[in-house]
Design a protein. Sequence first.
Length: 384
Amino acid sequence: MPRFLAHPTLALLACGLLVLPVGARAGGGHDDRTAKPAKAAAAVPKAAEEPAAEAPAASASAASAPRAMPKPIMTMDDLRQRLQDKMAQVRPPQAAGEASAQAAGAVPAHTAASAAPAAVVGSSQDLILRVPAAPARSPAKAAPAGAAGHGAARKKEHDAALHWGYEGEGGPAAWGALKPDFATCANGTRQSPIDIRGGIRVDLEPIQFDYRPVSFQVVDNGHTVQANVAPGNSIVVSGRRYELLQFHFHRPSEESINGRRYEMVAHLVHKDADGKLAVMAVLMDQGKAHPMVQLVWNSLPLEQSETVQSPVPIDMNLMLPDDRRYYTYMGSLTTPPCSEGVRWMVLKQPATLSPDQVAIFARLYPMNARPVQQAGGRLIKESN
């Protein structure tokens, strides 16, 4: 047995059981066998540099050595295991790492925008970003069939509910847009009423009146007070016979004469066998009480749309002034649907109403007159 093997340290080196760190020299020289383990040991982070557990003595002779033995470096497998254990203490689990990646920007834009702010839990050495789950969304309702026309249907319902009137949202300026049937109110070219001026004086054929006392009913239709008369009253104009259907009132007068409007007007509506309309306007100024108007007021209903039968007949001859000369022109109805092709006759002499009679109507309808429309170059004839 060689003499150098009697030294315990030399014996361990010879058996390859003692590995010296990098830079250690045995006998003043570099040992290639110890270089590689030394490099592997140097790669361990300082955080992992802890005293290794003492390994059992390599041999009985080494255990009986008189001087302390250097602690052996652990194997590569041990180092890997210790490294993994140490990293687990400072790094979140894989699942938490994925949540952190999502919070850092890996979450799709539409999810990140709707997610609540991430909550931070744990100590500064154990930061785990938890992104709360996005709130559940109720499934989108399928659009009903014909949804494209739903808005139009709603508009029609609104238009139907928005009844026409003389002011506000359903006033005269809006009539033409309320319903398709009312379009003529906006785009018609021969609308009524008009300011009557510049009429051509001619020998107009007198209107032939065939009026006689008849029964009648009174109704407040929500726009005016109207009297519906029984058949038997008619007029003849230019050889055509028109049957009287009803008469109603406006305040102030819808027609104006040379810019002047009167206190009220009565419109007597007639229709011929072909369905064509002729309306006679009886202007009314304040003065003496009107007996036939009083008959109508006596039968005023207490509720709108309620019809009251007059106990006495009405003589329409008494509705007219003594002078029956007139203006005439072609126009339209003055209420929706504003149908055109209506023959108008406006008596030149006004009738009279007492202030009390005006006040009674004014309590129900302070103003129910359509604004004056453009004459548009229409021919207006006037009785001599």
